[in-house]
Design a protein around this ligand. Structure first.
Ligand code: SAH
Ligand code: SF4
Ligand code: F3S
Length: 494
């Protein structure tokens, strides 16, 4: 019987790059596992798969690495500083390993995939290096490390989706969960390392996704975020299955068994969203990331049709200039992106939109940077993640273009983008004042036990006084009365 003991830290996209620690107890083999995650939500979701694989082998987990028998660090390579953080963290693990030489230190994730056996050469304390598609091999690799053999498995797969593994929910509040719907990326944006670290794009079996979300709902979860690097290219072909398994037959969702889907049926992202939305009107559905080149009106109309699909789209623009978008290999133009925004505004009035922006990409001129700022004025994003360009070895941009924008210019442009975004985020919150927001209570506010916090449909953080009639995991209507630059404040109304 597994009994989870978890620190208080809710899932939140803004935690990118933060460490996530966990503590669980399982049928024991006497060995303690410590796992820490960096990078995007997919990495945090993968750590839940890793934990599931190792808890099955009798490990128990700890949130204190100094007493661990195995330390795993699930790494990110997206920007240089993500890798620097991991290297620094390894130095801290070194001290623990010196005290306990039997300790196994493993590097997982994107940096493991990028550096492969180089990691073993460069970091003497590392015993095993495991890429994102090789986690099933972990028990075997640990055994080899126990025998004194350092090893690497960075094989990428065209099929692996871990569809059959039931992830152990880590650091959970029991309300929000991430569900991976696909892996890898085929887009080859010229700045991006992900296609090299995560391999080819593949979609996970839709039936296993619906089952996982249904199980989560039955366990009390009220919000799922469907994850993929480009969810709009989700495509799963139902295998011919004249005799569905008893499990499939029991699926509560209309059209969700492979029998119903038929021999040649293909499930696209809009279909999948609909299948998950139909599980229960009280299960909120979010998703990330949408790609501007692929997001369809069909997805927007599906969002409109279901109240429980949150009206929030993360649609990274990267740059507002067509020439820069072209050398970034994003395969859309400024006008195309604006057209997608217009479609969102028309089909889903009030839908929140967020973005990612890169400043100082190779050869970007001041005029081109100004077009990113004017794009921000056009959209007035609710949220944004903003970065200076960081050259990544092996990417198309690193091979083709000089990283020629001086760091101080990149930083000044980034500051302009951040300043503008702050204004827009505030503006978007001010628009909500005086209006009632449907909020899923996620827990108590970090600042005061007298307040609840939760998010609105459009993903705004909302703080309001505790009302004992309502508990975390329930929906309430909150009248927004005032705001800071990033948070709405209000009170529960009927
Ligand atoms: N799949 C998502 C992005 C995943 S990476 C998409 O296509 O939108 C998250 C963000 O990191 C990217 O959107 C981009 O803004 C940023 N990023 C990726 N590579 C980068 C690099 N080399 N330098 C700076 N930022 C980068
Ligand atoms: Fe990277 Fe582009 Fe794929 Fe996003 S779509 S993960 S930015 S290659
Ligand atoms: Fe980082 Fe890999 Fe995600 S590079 S952003 S952890 S896919």
């Amino acid at each position: 019987m597994m009994d989870l003991v978890l620190p208080d830290k809710a899932h939140d996209e803004s935690r990118q790059g933060e460490a996530l620690m966990l503590e669980t107890k399982a049928d024991k083999n006497g060995r303690k596992l410590y796992i820490e995650s960096y990078g995007c939500a997919m990495n945090f979701s993968d750590s839940e798969i890793v934990a599931s694989i190792l808890l099955d082998k009798g490990f128990e987990t700890t949130n204190d690495f100094t007493i661990a028998d195995a330390i795993f660090i699930n790494t990110c390579s997206i920007r240089e500083n993500a890798e620097v953080r991991v290297r620094n963290r390894l130095k801290e693990f070194k001290v623990a390993k010196q005290r306990n030489p039997g300790m196994v230190v493993g590097v997982l994730g994107c940096m493991a995939e990028r550096l492969k056996s180089k990691f073993l050469e460069e970091e003497k304390l590392v015993d095993i290096v495991v890429g994102p598609d090789a986690y099933r091999d972990l028990p075997n690799l640990i055994e080899q490390a126990d025998g004194g053999q350092r090893s690497v498995n960075v094989l990428l797969s065209r099929e692996e989706t871990y569809a059959d593994i039931n992830p152990v929910r880590l650091n959970t509040n029991g309300i929000n969960a991430f569900v991976s719907i696909m892996r890898g990326c085929d887009n080859m944006c010229s700045f991006c390392v992900v296609p090299f670290t995560r391999g080819r794009e593949r979609s996970r079996d839709a039936i296993s996704i619906v089952k996982e979300c249904t199980d989560l709902f039955n366990e009390g979860y009220r919000e799922v975020t469907l994850l993929g690097q480009n969810v709009d290219s989700y495509k799963w072909k139902a295998a011919a299955s004249p005799q569905p398994s008893p499990e499939e037959r029991e699926l509560p969702v209309e059209g969700a068994s492979s029998e119903d889907l038929g021999e040649a049926s293909v499930v696209n992202f809009a279909n999948l969203l609909e299948m998950v939305a139909q599980i229960n009107p009280d299960l909120r559905v979010r998703f990330s990331t949408s790609h501007p080149k692929d997001i369809t009106d069909e997805v927007l109309y599906t969002m409109k049709k279901y109240d429980n699909i949150c009206k929030y789209i993360h649609l990274p623009v990267q740059s507002g200039n067509t020439r820069v978008l072209d050398i970034m290999n994003r395969t859309y133009t400024r006008e195309w992106y604006m057209n997608r925004i217009d479609a969102i505004r028309e089909i889903l009035p009030g839908c929140a939109v967020s973005t990612d922006v890169i400043t100082g990409f190779c050869t970007e001129t001041e005029e081109e940077h100004a077009e990113t700022l004017s794009m921000m004025d056009y959209v007035k994003y609710d949220f944004a993640y903003m970065f200076m360009y960081s050259e990544r070895p092996g990417t198309l941009a690193a091979k083709r273009y000089a990283d020629d924008i001086p760091e101080d210019v990149k930083a000044r442009r980034l500051n302009e983008v951040i300043a503008k975004q702050r204004e827009h985020a505030h503006l978007r919150l001010l628009e909500k004042i005086g209006k009632v927001q449907k909020v899923l209570i996620e827990g108590y506010s970090k600042k005061s036990a007298n307040d609840y916090c939760g998010r609105s449909d459009e993903n705004s953080m909302v703080i309001f006084p505790v009302d004992e009639r309502f508990k975390p995991g329930q929906y309430v209507n909150v009248l927004a009365e005032r705001c800071t630059t990033a948070t709405l404040m209000g009170k529960i109304v009927d």
